[in-house]
Design a protein. Structure first.
Length: 145
């Protein structure tokens, strides 16, 4: 009957391994929460890209179908009509042309987790520690009796 209680150390090691793997493992709760935050970042980036795409489509449509917008854009680029002439005045400041951003590259980060080997080592050390403590307890109880 005394030997059966030493199986508790084995079960404790297995339980510690299972808990650490579920919480901190590569497919555990911590990694799952990190992936959820990465998903939210990607979703906000997609929403921003959809908005930029709409703005670019509106600009393209206005350049294709609206003559006044095309004339204004051509003048910003330095083109003139048949009877127009440009006079360049130097040192009045930087030419402020509107630049459209096509979005930013957002890379997903890999979730941080504890490797399976480290979890095994921690569980093994915990199980051995419990086993040694139980053995010392029995040894000291044997010496006392």
């Amino acid at each position: 009957m005394k030997a059966v209680k030493y199986l508790f150390a084995l079960w404790a090691g297995v339980l510690i391994y299972a808990l650490l793997a579920v919480i901190f493992g590569a497919r555990g709760l911590s990694a799952y929460r990190q992936l959820q935050s990465e998903q939210k970042k990607q979703e906000t980036n997609i929403e921003l890209l959809v908005q930029i795409n709409r703005e670019l489509e509106n600009t393209m449509n206005s350049l294709l179908y609206d003559r006044d917008t095309l004339v204004i854009h051509a003048r910003e680029q330095g083109f003139a009509g048949g009877q127009e002439r440009f006079i360049r005045i130097v040192d009045l400041g930087v030419n402020q042309r509107t630049r459209v951003s096509a979005g930013e590259l957002v890379l997903g980060a890999d979730p941080q987790s504890i490797s399976n080997q480290i979890i095994r080592a921690i569980a093994l050390c915990a199980g051995l520690s419990i086993l040694i403590c139980m053995a010392f307890f029995d040894f000291f109880r044997f010496l006392r009796d």
